[in-house]
Design a protein around this ligand. Structure first.
Ligand SMILES: [Zn+2]
Length: 266
């Protein structure tokens, strides 16, 4: 039906590149949204998840396994996973490259510029085991702490591919299926955004027939990068209003869909 429509449009000399090739088929919906939450924060359990569950949306929680809100609240995270949310891997202790500008805060024990690729892989394997012990799942995605993809100056992207379905990066864009790079999926880091700025991203995804990935840290506090709790709730309500046009899903489900449909080979 869609092919027929596009063919007719082509005959009518309407720009098919805009109307047909511009996405618009995300698991049967016009656009896709993935909500992701980093760093194992209490506010994810206390503020974000109740709102998501009330609207029957599922999301990805990128857990830093060594941070206390993970280990202290295992039973709750297990219930979150059982409810359809993804427990993503965000490493054991959030190592970052201290040789980059503005990284004075990085603990020298967790300085990726001094690590090897093998050390990264070993750490991520252990984090995966911890997450599997909680959710019982083998498939999950990764989020690069600080967006860093190198250890000791060497890329570890290829080395971690056997461990994950996909990985989220930190570049900003709304993606068409063929533009999605599975091990560097673009995202918008949210910090202090107004509800208008948040819903504008959803509107752009719908207009373009693309995928938009939100990257949250604090939701109503607990992290210097933060979104107001009321704005987060309003965003979820907006997604609900638009749900006939949107596929809202965890990253692992979106990656699996793109692979199953042969929509990206990157
Ligand atoms: Zn992080």
């Amino acid at each position: 039906m869609r092919l027929l429509s596009c063919g007719l449009l082509a005959l009518l000399l309407i720009s098919t590149s805009q109307l047909c090739a511009a996405g618009g088929d995300w698991n049967g919906k016009r656009a896709a949204v993935s909500l992701t939450y980093d760093d194992s924060l209490n506010v994810h359990l206390d503020n974000a998840i109740p709102v998501l569950d009330a609207h029957k949306f599922t999301a990805t929680f990128y857990l830093t396994v060594g941070y206390p809100p993970f280990g202290d609240r295992l039973a709750e995270w297990r219930a979150v996973a059982a409810n359809g949310h993804e427990l993503g891997n965000h490493s054991l202790y959030h190592p970052c490259d201290a040789s980059q500008p503005g990284r004075e805060w990085v603990n020298p024990e967790r300085d990726l510029s001094k690590w090897s690729v093998n050390r990264v892989v070993d750490n991520l394997k252990v984090a995966n085991i911890a997450l599997e012990a909680v959710d019982g799942k083998k498939a999950r995605t990764y989020a690069y702490p600080c967006g860093d993809m190198t250890a000791g100056g060497e890329s570890f992207v290829e080395a971690i591919k056997p461990l994950f379905s996909a990985a989220r990066g930190v570049k900003n864009s709304i993606m068409q299926p063929a533009q999605v790079q599975l091990f560097d999926i673009d995202s918008y880091m949210i910090n202090g955004s107004s509800i208008e700025q948040l819903t504008a991203l959803v509107d752009q995804a719908i207009a373009q027939g693309g995928l938009v990935v939100f990257l949250f840290h604090g939701v109503g506090g607990e992290h210097p990068l933060n979104v107001d709790n009321a704005n987060h709730t309003a965003l979820v309500e907006y997604l609900d209003q638009k749900r006939d046009q949107l596929w809202v899903a965890p990253m692992v489900d979106i990656a699996q869909y793109l692979k199953d449909e042969g929509l990206t080979d990157k």
